[in-house]
Design a protein around this ligand. Structure first.
Ligand code: FPP
Length: 233
C-alpha cells in the first residue's frame, strides 16, 4: 500500500435501489449497507488506510419519509450491537462528523458510546458522517472564525491551512480517494473542502454489493494515477 493513501472517503449510495431489486423495503437495503460498511472498514484497516470516512446521513436526508429517517436513526445502534466486537478486534477507532447534537437523544447516546468504547484503539480511524453537510460545516467554521476575530482571540489573517482547524475534520488529513457507488456522478455536499485534490472513483455497483475485492480495485486504480496537485510534469 502506498504511503500516500491516508484518507479514503465513500459516498454509500444505492441501498434503496438494491432493496427494490430484491423486492424488499428500503430499510432492508440500509441494513445490508451497514453490513457492507463494516466489511469495508475491516478491509480498509487491513490495507493500512489511516482514515476511512463514510457518508451515512446527510443534512438533506431529513427530507426522506418519517419511516426511513426513523430507521436510519436506529441503524447506528443496530450496527454497534452487531459489530462492535469485530471493530474492537480490528483495533478501529470510531469517530463522527456532523451536527450530532441535533440527532435524537438515543442516537446521540449510541454515538457517545461508540466513541468511548473505541477511544483507546490505535488502528484505523473510521469517521462516520451523520447529519453532515459540507456547506453547513464550512458556514459553521466561518462563524467560529468570525467569532474568534470579534472577541480579539486572533487577527483577521486567515490562511488556508489554518481554516482547516475550524472544520469538523481538523484531526484528519485531506481526502486522497473519494469513491461513490451506484453510478451517480455527484458529490452531494460531502467533504467539499477536503476533496480539493482527491482522486475520484465512480462505480455502478450499488453500495450493498460493493465488496472488498471491488474496494481493492478502486484502490489499485488510484495507485495507477499520477497526482500532481496542480504542478506540472
Ligand atoms: C444512500 O442510498 C444511502 C444512505 C442515505 C444511507 C447510508 C447508510 C448506511 C449504509 C448505513 C449507516 C449506518 C450507520 C451505522 C451510521 P439511497 O438510500 O439514497 O439509495 P437509492 O439512491 O438507491 O435510493
Amino acid at each position: 500500500m502506498s504511503d500516500s493513501l491516508n484518507h479514503v472517503a465513500i459516498i454509500m449510495d444505492g441501498n434503496g435501489r438494491w432493496a427494490k431489486l430484491h423486492g424488499k423495503d428500503r430499510s432492508y437495503g440500509h441494513r445490508q449497507g451497514a453490513t457492507t460498511m463494516k466489511n469495508l472498514a475491516v478491509k480498509a484497516s487491513e490495507l493500512n488506510i489511516k482514515t476511512l470516512s463514510l457518508y451515512a446521513f446527510s443534512t438533506e436526508n431529513w427530507k426522506r419519509s418519517e419511516k426511513e429517517v426513523n430507521y436510519l436513526m436506529k441503524l447506528p445502534g443496530l450496527f454497534f450491537d452487531q459489530y462492535l466486537k469485530e471493530i474492537m478486534e480490528a483495533n478501529i477507532r470510531v469517530r463522527f462528523i456532523g451536527f450530532i447534537s441535533d440527532l435524537p437523544k438515543a442516537t446521540q447516546k449510541v454515538v457517545a458510546n461508540a466513541i468511548s468504547a473505541t477511544k483507546n484503539n490505535t488502528g484505523m480511524e473510521l469517521v462516520l458522517a451523520v447529519n453532515y453537510g459540507s456547506q453547513q460545516e464550512i458556514v459553521h467554521a466561518v462563524k467560529s472564525y468570525a467569532n474568534d476575530v470579534a472577541l480579539g482571540y486572533r487577527e483577521n489573517d486567515l490562511e488556508v491551512n489554518e481554516f482547516e482547524n475550524y472544520l469538523m475534520t481538523k484531526e484528519y488529513s485531506q481526502v486522497d480517494l473519494l469513491i461513490r457507488t451506484s453510478g451517480e456522478y455527484r458529490l452531494s455536499n460531502f467533504l467539499l473542502w477536503q476533496i480539493s485534490y482527491a482522486e475520484l472513483y465512480f462505480t455502478p455497483t450499488l453500495f450493498p454489493d460493493f465488496d472488498g475485492d471491488q474496494f481493492e480495485s478502486a484502490i489499485n486504480d488510484y495507485q495507477s494515477r499520477h497526482r500532481r496537485f496542480g504542478g506540472a510534469e
